[in-house]
Design a protein around this ligand. Structure first.
Ligand SMILES: Cc1cc2nc3c(=O)[nH]c(=O)nc-3n(C[C@H](O)[C@H](O)[C@H](O)COP(=O)(O)OP(=O)(O)OC[C@H]3O[C@@H](n4cnc5c(N)ncnc54)[C@H](O)[C@@H]3O)c2cc1C
Length: 482
């Protein structure tokens, strides 16, 4: 195990992509195996020292940023233990980087279907946040692909749980058998929205115990190992980068496109396109909206697939002549770069402004999407704050990124955000569909579930982490643990 204390070396662990400042820790520990991690957790629990678990640091909610105590970094727990080609599963340590996993799987014609978008994320981080990505439209979030978890609790107990082993009831005590004793976990009784969500602990009647540890944001235990489900790599994929002269055309296209079996359906608004034009001047000036989508297909049906998409694009007045199309890996990489350039450009503005962005992760039921979008536009127009809107339109899940230039604008952006949250909750939506709550969205989670339910979450955490050392201030304020 390596223990780092030099501030110049460890300060990188006090950041993620949230822009949250002020993180600090006494040391960063990089363990090599389970025995070492168990020793660290037992010592920390005995000393009441907070522990923050660090993955790839690509999170956007400050969840891996420590405020005191020790950091356990997972980068040396990076073994792909097994890839079972027959049963389409893989067993991995938590520090495996998604891009490394993809490289190994591609050699065998396999893929990890949820494909969370940021390739530098670690598997443990993506399980801990229940990440999803563009392909979530077809394949759903990380949760759907976790078959087994090996968890280490801060008490030193290890639980190795397979999906199907235990079923839990909302509002009831669940007796969890450990090696030499049993603990009782009180499962909260709130109702999650019936859409994609990563807000707070997963709670559902008849839920699997495995699901409790997916999206727990490093608060319930240390993910030591996971068995994931794999899929076959699609034979062929074509990607479309389709521009529209009006936002309405783009949105109406999506309504129809949802009936097709695309892998992803993503959106960028006119502000996003203006920002991208700085680096990609060929983006047509008349374009006011973009839909990016990918379609898997078999070689023999290629022309049929292109035909049906072209007809649909024509029906909705897409700027076909100016749109981009990729049907080879090389061209697709270029489109992916273009798409990734948007969050990069946003981050550059954040750095230039020296002011954190205020980015939403709200999703609403499909039949409420247009109402929510109109609400965004109304509020943003009157706020006068620069913003871009992009994201997973196929799942009615958009990221509104407000980019304040001053402290005053920052405060205003947070107020606008709170209004978005209230509206989304009134429509049956979620305050976080994929990023989690971290340290930045406690208030929004409270708007969604109410204080009593946050207290239920705190109680649940205490039953698994009785010394209350893990991931403090993630999901709910640590004061609720008192
Ligand atoms: C450009 C960009 C695009 C992005 N796009 C998406 C997207 O489309 N969809 C999406 O869902 N997210 C997206 N994200 C956010 C981010 O990639 C995800 O939240 C990802 O899951 C974080 O993984 P990580 O390994 O970087 O975790 P970190 O940021 O290091 O940590 C996240 C959380 O996981 C916990 N954790 C890490 N390892 C363990 C472990 N072994 N045991 C227990 N807890 C652990 C940490 O304590 C923390 O609470 C994007 C980020 C960027 C920068």
């Amino acid at each position: 195990m390596i223990i780092k204390r030099d501030i110049d070396i460890i300060k990188g662990y006090f950041e993620d992509y949230s822009g949250l400042l002020g993180g600090y820790a006494e040391r960063v520990i990089v363990p090599e195996d389970e025995k070492e991690i168990r020793g660290i957790l037992l010592e920390a629990a005995a000393k009441n020292t907070p522990v923050t678990i660090s993955g790839g640091g690509t999170g956007v909610t400050g969840a891996r940023i420590p405020f005191g105590g020790w950091v356990i970094a997972t980068e040396n727990l990076n073994k792909i233990i097994d890839i079972d080609e027959k049963n389409l599963t893989a067993t991995l340590q938590p520090g495996v980087r998604l891009s490394d996993l993809d490289t190994q799987l591609s050699k065998k014609g396999l893929t990890y279907l949820p494909d969370p978008t940021e390739p530098n994320a670690f598997l443990g981080g993506t399980i801990s946040t229940n990440a999803s990505g563009a392909k979530g439209f077809k394949y759903g979030p990380t949760r759907n692909y976790i078959k087994r978890l090996r968890m280490l609790l801060s008490t030193g107990d290890i639980i190795d749980i397979k999906r199907g082993d235990y079923s839990l009831k909302k509002g009831k005590l669940f007796p969890l058998k450990l090696k030499d004793r049993e603990i009782k976990i009180k499962i909260p009784d709130y109702t999650m929205p019936g859409i994609k969500t990563a807000a707070g602990y997963y709670v559902k009647d008849g839920m699997d115990l495995v699901d409790l540890f997916i999206g727990h944001e490093g608060t319930l235990g240390f993910i030591l190992e996971a068995e994931i489900a794999l899929g076959k790599r699609p034979e062929e994929i074509m990607s479309f980068f389709s521009f529209f002269a009006s936002e309405n055309d783009a949105i109406n296209f999506v309504d129809d496109a949802k009936k097709f079996n695309a892998m992803s359906l993503e959106y960028m608004d006119s502000h996003s396109l203006s920002l991208l034009r700085v680096k990609y001047p060929n983006i047509p000036l008349s374009a006011k909206g973009l839909i990016y989508f990918e379609q898997d297909y078999k070689k023999e049906s290629e022309s049929e697939v292109i035909d049906s998409w072209t007809k649909l694009l024509e029906k909705h007045n897409a700027l076909l002549e100016d749109s981009y199309f990729a049907d080879s890996d090389k061209e697709r990489v270029k489109l992916k770069e273009l798409r990734h350039a948007l969050p990069d450009s946003v981050n550059e503005i954040v750095k230039k402004n020296k002011m954190p962005k205020v980015g939403t992760d709200i999703a609403v039921p499909d039949n409420k999407f247009k109402e929510m979008l109109d609400f965004y536009h109304d509020k943003l127009k009157s706020s006068n704050i620069y913003y871009v809107i992009f994201g997973h339109i196929g799942e009615s899940h958009m990221h509104v990124n407000m980019l304040p230039k001053t402290e005053e604008e920052f405060k205003k952006s947070r107020l606008v955000y709170a209004e978005f949250v209230k509206k989304a909750v009134s429509l049956g939506g979620t305050v976080s569909a994929e990023h989690g709550i971290g340290k930045l969205k406690h208030l929004f989670l409270e708007i969604m579930y109410g204080k009593d339910n946050l207290k239920q979450m705190a109680l649940l955490k205490k039953s698994l982490d009785p010394s209350c050392i893990l991931g403090l201030d993630n999901i709910f304020p640590k004061e609720l643990l008192k």
